[in-house]
Design a protein around this ligand. Structure first.
Ligand SMILES: *Cc1c(COP(=O)(O)O)cnc(C)c1O
Length: 379
């Protein structure tokens, strides 16, 4: 457990979590229903906006799986998916026997390129195989070019699934991430901006999707007095104990966003004068990232050959965890047979990038230590 003294994105509790957890014990609601479950759902809903309804589940991956089922994704269907992401975005497409078509990123937000997206959609339609859904991600908290993505989805009438696992607290033109998809998904895994240890939520303004999601997440029981089932269900509900952690975390979400954004400002300011290092940031004021993780790009021509591998190793030797950017899905052995549209942008980002410690509980001293190790390595 003590491999690092500074972790990349550790949990940061408020102190209120145990009160809600105790409430579950006191009321003996040790199950996947109860006041914490409904309370947590309401807290998320009031944070996002009142028209987006919330179903909490046991992981972001489960939420993605349910979302694809609700969007009617079936065996051999094509689902267009952002290439530059964590494998959990793509895996549920495979669970359903559908075929992921991977689309490269653009350089501004590092998310799905609207240009390659439209090209991919048109090619699929030409082959008489219109994609069932488009899955995009707001990676590291950075909103994608959502207007352009939505325009394409509308033009060709294709459902949109927003993987907002990393972007709770981000917004785009003043609208919160997690409210842009026909269905959107967030994650409360241990390393996310707020955590329930493990957990997730499915979000939608479509009441029909929400009703079905609740049913599918709890074994799809028919509304009969006896146990009757007309379709296959899943056991994806969130425990009322775990939801208590979530309620405690919701009380400090706004602080956590500000703290992570402050980390990003610190890195941007301290590396502004360092040649060869660029901190990933919003393209303009319409983008508001929660800066879940702060990431660097390293130009080895300006750093005298010092690259992300060397920097990662130097930080690790000092007990500091830094990570490479997500390895693009089209380069993953497990997805090597997937069709890919792109020009090497995600691969280039992967080769040049590093995620720095970004926890909301980092101290000023820790931030300075990280920055100094990087600066000294480059000198
Ligand atoms: C964390 C994450 C997920 C999966 O969420 P879990 O709650 O860990 O299942 C999906 N997509 C992205 C982009 C993530 O970062």
């Amino acid at each position: 457990m003590d491999k690092y003294k500074i972790w990349i994105s550790p949990p940061h509790l408020s102190g209120k979590e145990m009160e809600y957890v105790a409430d579950a014990f006191n009321k003996n609601w040790i199950t996947t229903q109860g006041d914490n479950v409904t309370g947590f759902e309401q807290d998320i809903q009031s944070y996002l906006n009142e028209t987006t309804e919330v179903v909490v589940v046991n992981s972001g991956t489960s939420a993605l799986h349910l979302a694809l089922i609700l969007l009617d994704v079936d065996k051999d269907d094509i689902v267009i998916c952002q290439d530059f992401t964590f494998a959990a975005t793509v895996n549920p497409i495979i669970y359903l026997g559908a075929k992921p078509l991977l689309v490269d990123s653009e350089e501004q937000t590092w998310n799905i390129s609207p240009v390659f997206l439209e090209e991919a959609v048109q090619d699929c339609i030409k082959k008489d195989k219109k994609p069932k859904a488009i899955v995009w991600v707001n990676l590291y908290g950075m909103p994608a070019q959502i207007h352009e993505i939505r325009e394409i989805a509308q033009k060709y009438d294709i459902a949109l699934l927003e993987d907002a696992a990393e972007s709770l607290g981000s917004s785009y033109y003043e609208q919160k991430c997690g409210t842009f998809g026909d269905i959107s998904v967030i994650s409360f895994n241990g390393n996310k901006i707020i955590t329930t240890s493990g957990g997730g939520a499915l979000l939608s303004a479509n009441k029909n999707y929400v009703r079905k999601a609740r049913s599918l997440a709890s074994q799809a029981r028919d509304e009969t007095l006896w146990y009757q089932h007309s379709r296959i269900g899943y056991n994806y509900g969130m425990s009322n104990i775990i939801a208590g952690i979530g309620r405690g975390q919701m009380t400090v979400l706004k602080d956590r966003i500000e703290e992570r954004r402050a980390n990003n400002r610190f890195y941007r300011e301290i590396f502004a004068s360092v040649s060869g290092i660029t901190v990933h940031q919003e393209p303009d004021e319409h983008y508001f990232s929660n800066h879940w993780l702060s990431c660097l790009l390293i130009d080895t021509e300006l750093t005298g050959g010092i690259d992300c591998k060397i920097l990662r190793e130097k930080l690790a030797m000092a007990g500091i965890e830094a990570r490479f950017l997500w390895k693009p899905m089209h380069l993953q052995p497990v997805f090597k047979n997937c069709v890919f549209y792109g020009n090497g942008t995600s691969e280039n980002l992967f080769n040049k990038g590093l995620c720095l410690p970004s926890g909301s509980n980092l101290t000023k001293e820790e931030l300075l230590e990280i920055a100094n190790i990087i600066k000294n390595t480059l000198q």
